[in-house]
Design a protein around this ligand. Structure first.
Ligand code: F6R
Length: 615
């Protein structure tokens, strides 16, 4: 939610171009307005407006900076406080027009701070919470503090979750960067240039060396150097320099029309890399789950649906119930009844979803829970609050709709499940081997679909063009696939979709079905198949347009269907358990082609942002 970027250099580099390209790489975090600022000859230069970056760039030439600029702060916005207008766009300034600030997150106590600052004579221009920070720093500077000390004091007064980057015309040799809950990474080209950004891809083409800021930490960025401070303990701190492994290509579109399409095509590789997660990492997780009396799994959105699939697979071998609960409901529903010492599996692509972070912090601090994190981001907040963390190997995911991170999350949970089977000996060794082989085949199955079925999936969307409502129905483990496939279509193609249990759909939703109403059935040949046949017939009898996702050899449901999507995998119980991984790319592609067909940009669904750092 919002992307911030900062840069300070002593090199003759094209700061304007770098800044524009960097905020473009953060655009997935918010795209309703943007802005850039720099300082030259003791003056602040700001360009900002409402709209997408490309539109604003056409009007304002965002990459054209005054000669001699050696620093930049920049922002791409997902509106929280105040609608997307030019005035509400970042950077925001103080009364003297000397401080420029970009911010991601929310200042919870901004009303109180604003009233106090107004009473002291500060004049506000925008409706944002962000502007308070600029005036607060100014206020502390009016009391005699320098920019660094004033920023520190100002940030101590702010309650909430945020990350900021700020510059001051009288202090053009450094930028201030502060993190509390919202992500912030510092990149460094030693002796030359320092960067900060909400996410690594922003500066990945320029450096792979980075520091991850923790909560309540401040960094002072100078050309090619950085120093860190703790906000709470009033002292300088040292941090470990990390090397980023992601390739630059991974953060670029690489010839595809959209990041989403590129990332779906990266699924086979992401799955293969995730299959190689070292056994000792998996074992630690598995042992904790085997030894825990009570287990919860929690997440939001797509990660929650991955959790539903993963919970199903794990319970097969663990023989214990796992309670799946959305992270936003975790504390409120468990406040009075959660046992002490439970294990909590927390799943999050970004590792920054605020509701999840709050849930795990509460479970850890108040219920002494063991937190087992599955995330795609090394050093994310979630990894810091967890006892054990597994990092999925999906690589950077820029498209707002989660795709490869979903399948790698399910795969990771499946690998843990098989490890549990090995520890508990819950199935004979030969069976375990067959499950392992089936799981190892999942990247090949996905690759086969990508190599052979793209044209067919593209064609299918033409039959659905006029439909505005859809059901995605399934039973058993495939309910997770139905919900996730439905969510993809809902979020990027702006259609109303209900992802639901096929059995339960009789208890209400079926009343909506008329001639031509599209229903997508997820129908692997597992123990639910026979009953699903009955459900398909019920919907067909009412005129529904039946689209089914089945295995290659399917006969009955495909015969009943108007349109069939076949996944080339054996009709075997070993493969059925992993269909949340092998069936989902077809549904991701369907959603993608549908969005493109109806003229929407799948990488920028309206009202959404990739990392949800507000409640
Ligand atoms: C949908 C999507 C969201 C996220 C959700 C949780 O395509 O991406 O539903 O899954 O916001 O995000 P993470 O996994 O970062 O916690």
């Amino acid at each position: 939610m919002c992307g911030i970027f900062g840069l300070i250099t002593n090199q003759e580099i094209d700061i304007g171009k770098i800044t524009l390209e960097s905020i473009k790489r953060l655009e997935y975090r918010g795209y309703d307005s943007c802005g850039v600022a720099t300082i030259t000859d003791g003056k602040l230069f700001i360009k900002k407006d409402a709209g997408k970056i490309d539109e604003i760039h056409k009007k304002l030439k965002l990459d054209s900076f005054p000669n001699g600029s050696k620093l930049a702060v920049a922002h791409t916005r997902w509106a929280t406080h105040g609608p997307p207008t030019k005035i509400n766009s970042h950077p925001h300034v103080d009364c003297s027009n000397k401080i420029a600030i970009c911010h991601n997150g929310i200042i919870d106590n901004f009303i109180e701070l604003k009233e106090d600052l107004i009473s002291k004579g500060h004049e506000f221009k925008s409706e944002t919470d962000t502007e308070v920070i600029a005036h607060l720093i100014e206020e502390f500077m009016n009391m005699g503090l320098d920019f660094k000390e004033a920023s520190k004091e100002a940030m101590k007064k702010c309650v909430g979750g945020f990350a900021i980057v700020a510059c001051h015309v009288d202090y053009p040799n450094y930028l201030i960067v502060v993190r509390k809950e919202s992500p912030l990474i510092v990149g460094i080209e030693e002796g030359k240039t320092a960067y900060c950004a909400s996410d690594i891809p922003a500066f990945l083409p320029y450096t792979r060396k980075c520091y991850v800021l923790n909560d309540n930490e401040m960094a002072v960025l100078r050309a090619g150097e950085v120093e860190f401070y703790s906000l709470q303990e009033e002292k300088k701190i040292s941090k470990e320099l990390q090397e980023i492994e992601w390739s630059i290509d991974a953060a670029e579109k690489g010839g595809y029309d959209h990041f989403m399409l590129k990332e779906i095509h990266e699924e086979p590789l992401a799955l293969r890399k995730t299959l190689k997660i070292p056994k000792d990492e998996i074992q630690k997780f598995a042992k904790i789950l085997v030894n825990s009396e009570k287990i919860y799994i929690t997440a939001a959105g797509t990660s929650f649906y991955a959790s539903l699939a993963g919970k199903f697979i794990i319970t097969r071998f663990l023989g214990k119930y796992i309670e799946a609960i959305e992270c936003s409901e975790f504390q409120i529903q468990l406040e009075d009844c959660m046992e002490n010492n439970a294990a909590v599996i927390a799943v999050s692509q970004s590792g920054e979803t605020i509701d999840l972070i709050e849930a795990v912090r509460w479970a850890k601090e108040k219920k002494n829970a063991k937190i087992l994190a599955i995330t795609n981001i090394v050093g994310s907040s979630l990894t810091r609050y967890s006892d054990e963390a597994i990092v999925t190997r999906a690589g950077p995911e820029i498209g707002v709709a989660a795709t490869k991170t979903y399948s790698t999350q399910v795969l990771t949970l499946a690998i843990i499940a098989l490890e549990i089977a090995e520890i508990l000996k819950s199935i004979p060794d030969e069976e375990l081997e067959k499950y392992r082989k089936a799981l190892a085949k999942t990247p090949d199955i996905v690759e086969h679909l990508l190599n052979n079925d793209i044209k067919k999936l593209k064609k299918i969307v033409r039959n659905l063009e006029k439909s505005h409502n859809f059901f995605f129905l399934a039973r058993g483990i495939s309910i997770a696939t139905a919900k996730e496939g439905g969510l993809k279509l809902k979020e990027i193609a702006c259609r109303f979709v209900e992802g639901y249990s096929a059995a339960h759909a009789k208890h209400g939703p079926i009343s909506l079905v008329r001639k031509g109403f599209p229903i997508i059935f997820i129908a692997p040949p597992d123990e639910t198949y026979e009953r699903l046949v009955g459900n398909v017939m019920e919907f067909k009898a009412r005129g529904g347009l039946i689209i089914s996702v089945v295995v290659e050899s399917d006969k009955i449901i495909s015969e009943l269907s108007d349109i069939t999507i076949r996944i080339d995998q054996p009709a075997s119980k070993y493969f059925n358990l992993f269909t949340p991984i092998t069936f989902i790319p077809a549904l991701q592609l369907l959603a993608y082609f549908y969005a493109v067909y109806v003229g929407l940009n799948p990488d920028q669904p309206q009202n959404l942002a990739k990392t949800v750092t507000v409640h």
